[in-house]
Unconditional design. Sequence first.
Length: 229
Amino acid sequence: MWLINSSIGRKLIMSISGIMLVLFLLFHGLMNMVVIFSADAYNAICAFLGANWYALIATKGLALGFMVHILYAMYLSFQNLKARGKERYAVTDKQDKVSWASQNMLVLGLIVFGFLALHLYHFWSKMQLVEIGHMLGKHVGDIDKAVDGAYWITYWFSQPVYAIIYLVWLSALWFHLTHGVWSSLHSLGLNNQTWLPRVKCISNIFATLVVLLFVSVVVYTYVYQNFVL
């Protein structure tokens, strides 16, 4: 199959799955911003999503997209290392022209994946997973707090250790996105001399916007809970 057997096809799959995940991050970041203005409004959104059928379908789709993205990333990285052979140990002038993020995309991706596991434990396992369990007749957590996303945001981000951990995670995510968005658009055809500088600029702006949405919630919650109240 062309999409799987050819390098262009594999890059196309990486690009499409990456764009899908980036759009989810944008939605998730905008959704989280609501908690700064109204905890009740944020919880209403959490209840609307929750364990409803459309949210479960979206969750499965995101999980599939993420697995495809990371597996193809590891496969492409392995293929690139194999193709370069001993040349990967050589120091060349060409490397100076390549961004640090592009040279460490796999490492950055693994860091993001590691922190994602923590994020799923902090939020998904306390919210949607609890609702799913109760739907199946199993008591796997506090159902009252399962739709109280504002509570969990306050609980975790008011603690300095977790606030710092999330900021480190978001820093790695920023580096990953700055190159990832550019690479996706590049693979989809926006790679001529006119669009290349524009795409790099758009990628940096978009990555910064997405990450700042998440950072603002972490910083606001920590400062408000520890220095205002």
